[in-house]
Write a protein that binds this ligand. Sequence first.
Ligand code: ZN
Ligand code: ZN
Length: 134
Amino acid sequence: MGENKLQHEGGCLCGATRYTLHSEPTYSGNCHCRSCQRAIGAGMVTWVGVKPENFEVNRGEISYCETSPGVQRGFCGRCGTSLTYGGDDWTDIGITAASLDNPSIAKPESNVYLDHKQSWILIDESLRQYDQLP
Ligand SMILES: [Zn+2]
Ligand SMILES: [Zn+2]
């Protein structure tokens, strides 16, 4: 039962940016908001949460863009992979679940911003559902 068991690594597609989560994710949820759709270029994005003190960038650096007032989206400045979401109102950093080396540990438990959901996205009705944020 070493500490390593709680550690999860991930990074961008080109390998220039690598990070480590020093804990299990605090949550995992699918966001259907229009901002995420456009930022990621997909119908939705699965975010996992991590406390800032448990998030470490091990290689390269994350580039940030303020995509809405008070919202910083982080990405690899070389290949553009979306990596993080941080907001003034958020205590946890959001990490794109798919950028984890092992995304299977990040099964989502909820869907948020279903108000913005695309008609061609199918919802697992067994997950918690929110029209906006809970
Ligand atoms: Zn990259
Ligand atoms: Zn979103």
